[in-house]
Design a binder for this molecule. Structure first.
Ligand code: SAM
Length: 360
């Protein structure tokens, strides 16, 4: 990752920030870029859902007629070809042999790697974004009339983990000695499964509030052959913290991880100051907390360039009524709960930080 900008991470210490946290997309965004970006995002997601990106991950050349034949009798070849034509217009594939072969380009390889953002945005938050005017006008409310697709949010996060975050996490966890690991807001449990699979003798627990995400998680665990070592439980982490649900399973956990959930847990200003203290009480044996979240972008309104993801993340949470917090706020809350950072590293997605914290 290219390191370009520097900013003090802790007083008196300079830490480099990844260049891609600032992005290269210009602001103001041109009308042509905005319109084409919207359509292009739906093309990325369509290729994902059709399984075409997965095929490209195996081989850079797709035999289009063979793909259509293998995809089943209901598949509409004309539409598949038109979607591939749109992908070619975006520069992600090159069509050859009269359109019977689609060859992945370098730009396509990068889009494939980052497709989780589009699963998140188009798959997970389409309804929220397209009905933002109703959320603003008061005609509809989030959570009752307007919903996100939780399974798609979990799937998108899982794709990003696999494609560009796992290396950082594995490197950080190499220094953490754990026996039983809990992952809070575990989504499809891909991360906890991967980590436990890589460390013989360990066990894992994935907690997620979402039924569809927990169903996906059980499938992920079964496909990994880890049913005897990893368990997915549908639970609200706030219940776990405040009402001590699932107490027995939690008492064995020595290491707690959580990725991209903390902002949801911190949403309520009444419970916010005590959240990490309650978390420590809910996991009495846990000495290490590995926590990551995407944080408020400093000075977002005045930026001349935009990175991937940040604008969508900020707007989606504003529409859902979930406030976001600056890095300093997280660090104050950790300190108040006696959680001491032993490592702080940038974590893939722009303005996301991963902390290893020791409970003292
Ligand atoms: C952005 S996703 C991240 C998923 C996963 N940690 C990852 O990084 O791939 C946030 C997850 O937290 C779950 N979640 C949200 N609020 C929760 C709560 N109160 N308790 C448990 N899970 C929650 C959502 O269902 C979703 O799966």
């Amino acid at each position: 990752m290219t390191l370009l900008h520097t900013a003090p991470a802790v007083p008196g210490e300079a830490a480099a920030l990844p260049a891609d946290w600032y992005g290269a997309a210009p602001s103001p965004i041109g009308v042509d870029q905005a319109f084409n970006g919207f359509v292009a995002a739906t093309v990325v997601h369509t290729l994902d859902r059709l399984g075409i990106w997965d095929r490209f991950a195996q081989s850079p050349c797709l035999d289009v007629p063979a793909f259509v034949r293998g995809a089943g009798p209901a598949v509409r070849e004309r539409i598949v070809r038109e979607v591939l034509r749109a992908a070619a217009v975006c520069g992600w594939v090159r069509l050859e042999d009269g359109g019977d072969a689609a060859v992945l380009t370098d730009a396509g390889r990068e889009t494939l790697r980052m497709r989780g953002y589009f699963t998140w945005a188009v798959g997970g938050y389409s309804d929220v974004f397209s009905r933002a005017f109703q959320l603003a006008s008061g005609e509809a409310s989030f959570g009752t009339d307007v919903l996100r697709d939780e399974a798609m949010v979990a799937l998108g996060s899982g794709q990003n983990d696999r494609n560009f975050m796992s290396v950082t996490l594995d490197e950080v966890l190499a220094d953490v000695d754990f026996g039983t690991l809990a992952d809070l807001g575990s989504g499809m449990s891909a991360r906890v499964s991967r980590v436990v699979a890589g460390r013989p003798g360990t066990r894992g627990l994935g907690l997620d509030i979402s039924g569809p995400a927990t169903d996906l998680a059980r499938r992920t665990i079964a496909e990994a052959g880890l049913e005897d070592r990893v368990r997915a439980v549908q639970a609200d982490v706030l219940d776990v913290c405040h009402r001590q649900a699932h107490r027995e399973a939690l008492s064995e956990v020595d290491t707690v991880m959580s990725f991209f959930l903390l902002h949801d847990l911190l949403a309520d200003p009444v419970t916010r100051p005590q959240l990490f203290t309650r978390l420590r009480e809910a996991f009495p044996a846990a000495r290490t907390f590995v926590l990551a979240d995407t944080m408020l972008r400093p000075d977002a309104e005045n930026a001349a360039t935009l990175p991937v993801f940040s604008l969508g993340y900020e707007l989606a949470h504003a529409l859902m009524g979930v406030p976001l917090h600056a890095k300093e706020t997280y660090e104050e809350l950790f300190a108040a709960a006696g959680l001491h950072p032993v490592r702080t590293v940038p974590f893939g997605t722009p303005h996301s930080w991963l902390y290893v914290l020791e409970a003292r």
